[in-house]
Design a protein around this ligand. Structure first.
Ligand code: NAD
Length: 256
């Protein structure tokens, strides 16, 4: 039986790509309910309609919020607790790749992950999880470990997530409260973040970067990352886990 059975999850950036697949895979594995938090109401409604057709409609909720606004983000946490009575898994997945608007990129990829993580580990998970274990999952990227394409601000934000989550997971307090902190580092994945990548996402040499570095990249399906997350949760792994199709999932640091 999967560890996610009967649990309640919140997924930021849950209206598209990897976040939407996380929600679907968690529901397939017996999740009691999920709140998708996303800034985009059109994608949000589409995602909810899709998931409600596949699973019981009452299991899927959408909360429109820009994750950089703490109050709006926390609204998603409150909704989960109000509607499902508990909250056990928080996935900080919302992220953008656009080094040309780097302040916004930093605000979404770093600030909101810090705020969402602290809300999860300090307040909601210890207070509202059902049973012993709860999970904070932060989504980084392999470019946070290996900058093989030239998107320095994006890579830096993902390195931050890896370091921050590692320190949080090693914190004795959270080990005592049994909040497991996990970082997933997907390889290049076929989502709008990659397919809509264009010059506006890259630095000044974007045409060369696109031709030499981005176009030849082999992508993996978001389903691969979502299934990988379930495996990692079921195995009880913690630390930073690489999920790159064709390679064994590698754990960078595994906490006790
Ligand atoms: P995506 O663009 O398909 O989905 C991102 C979602 O986040 C969208 O629904 C978008 O509306 C939402 N979002 C963006 N800004 C937001 C905000 N301020 N508030 C709330 N929601 C917001 O992208 P994806 O590829 O599924 O990316 C998901 C995560 O995976 C990101 O953190 C990304 O950095 C990471 N990642 C992606 C890849 C890849 O190759 N696609 C690889 C490694 C890591």
């Amino acid at each position: 039986m999967s560890v996610v059975k009967g649990k309640v999850a919140l997924v930021t950036g849950g209206a598209s790509g990897i976040g939407l697949e996380f929600a679907r895979e968690l529901l397939k594995n017996g999740l009691k309910g999920v709140v998708l938090v996303d800034v985009n109401p059109i994608l949000g409604q589409k995602a909810v309609t899709e998931l409600r057709k596949e699973f019981a409609p009452e299991k899927v909720l959408f909360h429109q919020a820009d994750v950089t606004d703490k109050e709006l983000l926390e609204g998603g946490f409150k909704l989960a607790v109000q509607r499902f009575n508990h909250l056990d898994i928080v996935i900080n997945n919302a992220g953008i790749l656009n080094d040309k608007i780097w302040e916004k990129e930093v605000a979404i990829n770093i600030n909101s992950v810090v705020v969402g993580s602290l809300l999860a580990v300090d307040e909601y998970l210890p207070q509202f999880c059902d049973g012993d274990e709860s999970y904070l999952v932060n989504i980084a990227s392999i470019v946070g470990l290996d900058p093989f394409i030239c998107v320095p601000i994006y890579s830096g934000t993902k390195s931050f997530i890896i370091g921050f989550s590692r320190a949080l997971g090693a914190e004795p307090h959270y080990q005592r409260t049994k909040v497991k902190v996990l970082t997933i580092c997907p390889g290049v994945t076929d989502t709008p973040l990659i397919s809509e990548m264009s010059g506006r996402n890259l630095g000044p040499d974007y045409e060369a970067v696109l031709a030499d570095e981005v176009k030849p990249l082999k992508t993996q399906p978001p389903e691969y990352v979502a299934k990988g997350l379930i495996d990692v949760l079921n195995k009880g792994t913690s630390g930073s886990v690489w999920l790159v199709e064709g390679k064994e999932p590698a754990v960078e640091i595994d906490f006790p």
